[in-house]
Design a protein around this ligand. Structure first.
Ligand SMILES: Cc1cc2nc3c(=O)[nH]c(=O)nc-3n(C[C@H](O)[C@H](O)[C@H](O)COP(=O)(O)O)c2cc1C
Length: 189
């Protein structure tokens, strides 16, 4: 299996297979979106949905999320594997990732992608900076689910990429990991 699809070879985490989201954010009239897999529900209280999201502060999307304190989780469907390189390899610093897409808006005006399994708009309530990543805890403020679609998962999404895209994803995985090691070392006491 590809090293990027399996972040922790030989560990129990190699047995996991996360759903793939595009996290979108908006600030000062600028939209951004990035792939994220480190996302999970964070409460059992049904009428107060809450999530935990792990994001790199180096991502352009993070800057917009941090300023606005809001973001939208777009849960990709299994037919959307072609969005992986657009939102996961490149930065919104350099690209308009939404060009040609029929984007809708959440109540707070954040981009909602078409064709997904659904979306949840979130408001940050707490955060924990770990140096390489920041864990955001956020309340869900609005959401919509699309019926009849199946979530895209990481292993399937990687297997469906052309070989050269898989190689680029693996290279980015390696360089991001090396970068993060430095941030983690600086932070760890
Ligand atoms: C399969 C996959 C999973 C990813 N998961 C996360 C994640 O959970 N958190 C994160 O900060 N970045 C994650 N990334 C990396 C970002 O999507 C990537 O760095 C992106 O290019 C950032 O775009 P931006 O600069 O436009 O925000 C993931 C990338 C891939 C391909």
């Amino acid at each position: 299996m590809s090293a990027a699809a399996d972040a922790y070879p030989g560990s129990i985490f190699s047995l996991t297979d996360h759903e793939i989201y595009v996290v979108t954010a908006r600030s000062d009239g600028r939209d951004s979106g990035q792939i994220a897999t480190w996302i999970m529900p964070a409460t059992l209280v049904p009428d107060h949905p809450r999530v935990a999201v792990v994001i790199s502060s180096q991502n352009f999307t993070h800057g917009l999320l941090a300023v606005s304190g809001r973001f939208v989780l777009n849960l990709l469907s299994d037919e959307q594997h072609a969005l992986l390189p657009l939102f996961g390899l490149y930065s919104s610093r350099d690209y308009d990732k939404f060009a040609g897409m029929e984007v809708r808006r959440s109540p707070e005006g954040i981009a909602v992608l078409p064709g997904t399994c659904g979306w949840a708009e979130c408001r940050v309530v707490s955060q924990l900076d770990l140096g390489d990543r920041i864990i955001y805890v956020a309340d869900v403020t609005a959401q919509e689910i699309a019926s009849g679609r199946r979530p895209l998962r990481k292993k399937e999404a990687f297997a469906l990429q052309p070989a050269e895209v898989r190689a680029q994803l693996e290279e980015k995985h390696r360089t991001d990991g090396a970068r993060d090691r430095v941030f983690m070392k600086q932070f760890t006491r």
